[in-house]
Design a protein around this ligand. Structure first.
Ligand SMILES: *Cc1c(COP(=O)(O)O)cnc(C)c1O
Length: 486
């Protein structure tokens, strides 16, 4: 696509064109500019595009038509839970009593909003089996870091300053080792066994006096439940370490198993995944952190409390790791998650997990004869295929993903987890109908046929989209992030 076919808003502009008309002036005109204009402003006029209302509407409506999202089609991105965003959430989030308040208003004027936050904390405690929850963190990754800082603070408070290692499975999400590093700790890898689960014997070898924590996703990023979790918890606890639960995959087990009961000491949840917060375009998200009683004193401050019917923020937390985000978390996203939880109810959330697991297994079994399935047991809410067979024909997983665009689908996650060759990670979610699942299954089977019969068709895909195959290396190495008017 050239900018000629779809000009930038700046290129659509014409000097003097506007999209508003103001009533005629009935007060004397004053030259504000000369009074307030600084040298800087004179040298850098705003340069905002001057466009008509119609120009603006056509520009942004046109752009939105070139986009793809959960509201336009099936979005099987694994490890992300791209589920439906109920429109009721939006209605609730726009109520004036919520949308017109300010976080620095006196707490006695926002008791309703605080009650919602408190009730959400209570629900999340019940869902996770943890002792206390903080809603402050804005994402899963920030939740990981927050919890590791708390675990670090706990070890330091116990005089255990040698505990600097964080054990992370080789199938883990990249944010896990990254969070460990940012928290000033060192990530150590534990291997996956041939069944796709943590290799317990290897865990026993890497655990020791220097272990701060084990970070684990359960079900893991292969979509498989770590059945030996109780034994793993024992091994790590016995060595003096703590267990951290990466809750990105909670969509598979809600209402059935709780991280607190599995032996985890700290968890994060991704409200923009499991709990229907919209998550595209980089946010905003919400990654509440739950902890055991032992870790509670280290929670980020302030902590939301209730005294009878009154809700207040407790700042008197001498052992707190401090504030980790301005204000008290992404309230709008927390409100949407609260709406979802209350509208589903406990039984509804259990059903979510059931259907998520059913849909994933249905799809996995429909595809296992066409694509290589490295781990063959039943999966939870997602599964990982390998494009190994197709690679032998010269067609790579990236090509298959691009060809799916021609069929009108967002591709699954590719090349993750790293321990599966040519990985394709598919998460259908509970909200999709059998017809939608069948449509995707037929299309990706058709692409496997094309790979055999007409490999170039797949290798050169996409053909039907506005933007064709991109040079991803150049885009990553030399990104152009700014519009240059020259
Ligand atoms: C998404 C994800 C994360 C990171 O969560 P963000 O909210 O994107 O920061 C961590 N671990 C796993 C397994 C994930 O899928």
């Amino acid at each position: 696509m050239t900018t000629k076919e779809f000009p930038l808003i700046f290129e659509r502009g014409k000097e003097g064109r506007t999209s508003y008309s103001l009533p005629e002036m009935d007060v004397p005109e004053t030259d504000l500019a000369s009074e307030f204009e600084t040298d800087y402003i004179r040298k850098n006029p705003s340069g905002l595009p001057e466009v008509s209302e119609l120009d603006i509407m056509r520009h942004y409506t046109g752009l939105s038509k070139r986009n793809y999202g959960v509201d336009t089609g099936f979005y099987p991105l694994g490890s992300c839970t791209m589920k439906y965003n109920p429109k009721m959430n939006e209605d609730i989030a726009r109520l004036e009593g919520f949308s017109h308040i300010h976080p620095y208003q006196p707490t006695d004027t926002v008791q309703g909003a605080l009650e919602v936050m408190y009730d959400l904390q209570t629900s999340l405690k019940e869902i996770t089996g943890m002792h206390e929850i903080s809603l402050q963190s804005a994402a899963g990754a920030q939740g990981e870091w927050t919890a590791l800082m708390m675990i670090r603070a706990l070890h330091e408070a116990n005089g255990d300053t040698e505990r600097t290692k964080v054990i992370v499975p080789d199938s883990a999400h990249g944010t896990n080792p990254a969070s460990a590093a940012v928290a000033g700790l060192e990530a150590v890898t534990v291997k996956t066994n041939p069944d796709g689960l943590v290799d317990i014997e290897h865990l026993k070898q890497v655990v020791g006096n220097d272990t701060a924590a084990l970070m684990l996703t359960n079900p893991n990023t292969l979509g498989l439940f770590e059945t030996e979790i109780k034994e793993m918890a024992e091994i790590v606890h016995e060595a003096g370490g703590r267990l951290y639960y990466d809750g990105a995959n909670l969509n598979a087990i809600m209402g059935y198993v709780r991280p607190g009961d599995m032996g985890f000491d700290a968890v994060h949840l991704n409200l923009h995944k499991t709990f229907t917060g919209p998550h595209g375009g980089g946010g905003p998200g919400s990654g509440p952190v739950g902890v055991t009683e032992e870790l509670e004193p280290f929670l980020p401050k302030p902590v939301l409390k209730n005294q009878g019917e009154t809700y207040l923020f407790d700042y008197d937390r001498p052992q707190s790791i401090g504030r980790i985000k301005p204000y008290y978390g992404n309230f709008g996203i927390n409100l949407r998650a609260y709406t979802y939880i209350r509208s589903m109810g406990a039984e509804g959330l259990r059903k979510v997990s059931e259907y998520a697991v059913l849909n994933a297994n249905y799809m996995m079994r429909s595809l296992e004869s066409v694509y290589d399935l490295p781990y063959r047991q039943h999966c939870k809410h997602e599964f990982v295929l390998s494009g190994k067979k197709q690679k032998k024909l010269g067609v790579r997983t990236l090509d298959i993903a691009k060809r799916l665009l021609d069929y009108g689908y967002h591709p699954p996650t590719i090349y993750f987890p790293l321990n599966v060759e040519e990985a394709m990670m598919v998460e259908p979610t509970e909200t999709e109908s059998k017809e939608t699942l069948d449509g995707f299954i037929d299309s990706i089977i058709q692409i496997a046929k094309e790979a055999e019969e007409e490999p170039e068709l797949v290798q050169e895909a996409p053909h039907e989209t506005i933007v064709k195959r991109m040079d991803e290396t150049t885009a990553a190495r030399k990104p152009v992030l700014k519009y240059n008017r020259e």
